[in-house]
Each structure stands twice: as structure tokens, then as C-alpha cells.
Design a protein. Sequence first.
Length: 178
Amino acid sequence: MNPTPPTVADLQCAIRNVPDFPKPGIQFKDITPVLADARLFAASIEHLTAGIAPGTVEAVVGIDARGFIFAAAAALRLQAGFVPVRKQGKLPAQTLEQSYDLEYGSNTVAIHADAVKPGSRVLLVDDLLATGGTAAAAVALLHRLHAEIVEARFLIELAFLHGRERLRGAPVRSLIVY
Ligand code: AMP
């Protein structure tokens, strides 16, 4: 007899809250217990890709670094390619870059200029939506490549930081909302 597959609530139970990491005041959502459990990891990918038929997106775009884990597995599930959005200076070929502001300073992310063809349907995936700066920069890069962002999906959303308001260019869905 097959046990029932883990629910989103089961995933939420497994996510570990680590106070004051990486600096005081941050409640870090640690997803490694989900990854370490075969059934939870598989269920996280099932839930993240729910409602998207295999073969209907060309690529799943993952954001450096934890987003890669979920996006790569989602790409296999959806019979799609995987495309990384990386921190500046990591991709070897010609790139497009996009900067965004942080509380102090700024960050830059990059994508290979030939990573997605104009008009391609892509799914954007990351582990967590916080202020939305990173995901908004990834959305901007995909728009500059003329990709069609079917949706941006996140395992976790910290709704009190209003990140989805910065993602007006793409429909947003998250599994677990704090
Ligand atoms: P942001 O650009 O503010 O939306 O930050 C999103 C990125 O930072 C995501 O890729 C997350 O992996 C990471 N992140 C931000 N806040 C947290 C948190 N409280 N717990 C875990 N990861 C976080």
C-alpha cells in the first residue's frame, strides 16, 4: 500500500527556522531538512510544478543558489531545460546583467545571453521570496531576452516583506506563506 504523499503542510513542518542567521534579526528558513528526506523532496517538486503539464514550458529558470536545486528537479519533472540566473562573474560566456538595490549597497545577477530564445515560455523558480529584489532582477533579465514568464513560483514567501509587489511582470505563486 502506498502511503499518502506529503502535503504542503508536511513541507512547512519540516522547514527549520534558524533565528539570527546570517545576522541578528533574520529568521532564516532552512530548507535542507526537506531536501534530505526523499519523500519530502519529491513532494516539494510535485507541489511546485502542480498544474503545469510536462512539455508546456521550454525552460525552468532557477536563481542562485538554493533555487537551482528546486528548479533543476522541476525541469526534469516538466521535461524542460534548466537555465541558471547566477551571481555576477560566475557565468563563462556572454551575459546580460541586472543590478538591484539592497538595504546597504546592491547586488548583480546575470544570465547567459543565449540561454532562452525570444518568445520561449519559461517558469521561474526560487526557494524563497523575501523582498523580491532578486526575483525582480531575474524577471527583468528574462524580459530583456523576450521570454514569456508563465509564472514565478516559490517554495516559501515572506509576505510581510511584500516581495510580490516587485514582480508585477509575472504571475506569482508560493506554496508556504509566512
Ligand atoms: P530577496 O531578494 O530579498 O527576495 O531575497 C531572496 C533570496 O534571499 C532568496 O534566494 C532566498 O534564498 C534568500 N533569503 C532571503 N531571506 C531569507 C530567509 N529569511 N531565509 C532563507 N533565505 C532567505
